[in-house]
Design a protein around this ligand. Structure first.
Ligand code: 13P
Ligand code: SF4
Length: 302
């Protein structure tokens, strides 16, 4: 951690004093990333939400991430500083519609992207994140798989696993599906030496332009290990802050208008207030927690 502002110092003091682990997603604003114990993608953060010694987890990310942390560590208090920070894609499928849909495909397993509500996860066989979606679907014996809710990620998995039939749900991430071929082309013309890194929530025509398709954490690992010096970052712009901080000798070119407004709802004052009040906390029905654990744990065991 570099030099912190007085409010950030106070947050760190309180977090240590109150035994709180602060997790932040790669799209959080820089001030929030800087006070987190761990910054990462959905998979890294889900793993870190299990087996940590702290009695409380504060999740600086969108709603489904905080819910998954609660389902994986039900004995812990999980604080979500701004409950209105919600992933719109996660709300494009609900448990009742999914139950009706899957009744049309008897025996076909359902894979839920981690960007789903806890109620939806209670209906599915296994979860995945963008980092392991291909691996999770490949691990299933069935030739047919229902994939919810991200149709773009589902199409990408389909392109990687042509022997499977992926039955899609019509959900999407508005931030990634708005990224266009023309935007990437413009950046490529400006920076012809740069490698193109694309998130699999993008549309297939954008994905086809990639040198590497990866989750946000996968993009950082690739940039660190690659001999290339420059990278075009085909995802939400928040990731670039961490890339520049951790890999200062390389250049990163973000898409300036790829911004998730929900990820930006958590401000540094919200984090301080939530620590002072030790809330708002995530409350999940114990039955929903029980039904969330198998699909999440199946994913983590891979
Ligand atoms: P990852 O960080 O897991 O790649 O997910 C991206 C995302 O859009 C999370 O909401
Ligand atoms: Fe949801 Fe997309 Fe925002 Fe991620 S970037 S939280 S998937 S809307």
């Amino acid at each position: 951690m570099g030099r912190l502002s007085p409010i950030q110092d106070r947050i760190r003091e309180l977090a240590d004093e109150k035994d709180v682990l602060i997790l932040a997603h790669n799209y959080q604003i820089p001030e929030v990333q800087d006070i987190a114990d761990i910054v990462g993608d959905s998979l890294v953060l889900a793993i870190k939400a299990t087996g940590t010694p702290q009695s409380t987890i504060m999740f600086c990310g969108v709603d489904f991430m905080a819910e998954s942390a609660k389902a994986l560590s039900p004995e812990k208090r999980v604080i979500h500083p701004v409950p209105g920070s919600r992933c719109p894609m996660a709300h494009m499928v609900d448990s009742e519609s999914l139950r009706e849909f899957r009744a049309g495909y008897p025996g076909v397993p359902v894979v839920a992207y981690i960007n789903t509500t806890a109620e939806t996860k209670a209906e599915v066989d296994i979860c995945c994140t963008s980092a392991n979606a291909v691996k999770v679907v490949a691990s299933l014996e069935s030739d047919k798989v229902i994939f919810v809710p991200d149709s773009n990620l589902g199409l990408y998995v389909q392109s990687e696993l042509p022997d499977k039939e992926i039955i899609l749900w019509p959900g999407y991430c508005h931030v990634h599906s708005d990224i266009t071929v023309e935007q990437i082309e413009a950046l490529r013309n400006e920076h012809p030496e740069a490698k193109v890194l694309i998130h699999p929530e993008c549309t297939m025509d954008v994905i086809r332009m990639a040198d590497k398709v990866a989750s946000t954490e996968g993009m950082i690992t690739y940039a660190r290990e690659s001999p290339a010096r420059e990278f075009i970052i085909g995802t939400e712009e928040g990731l670039v802050y961490r890339m520049r901080k951790e890999i200062p000798d390389k250049a990163f070119h973000p898409l300036e208008n790829a911004i998730c407004p929900n990820m930006k709802k958590i401000g540094i004052e919200d984090v301080l207030k939530a620590l002072e009040e030790m809330g708002p906390t995530v409350g999940l029905d114990p039955e929903i927690i029980e039904r969330n654990r198998p699909p999440l744990e199946r994913m983590l065991s891979l």
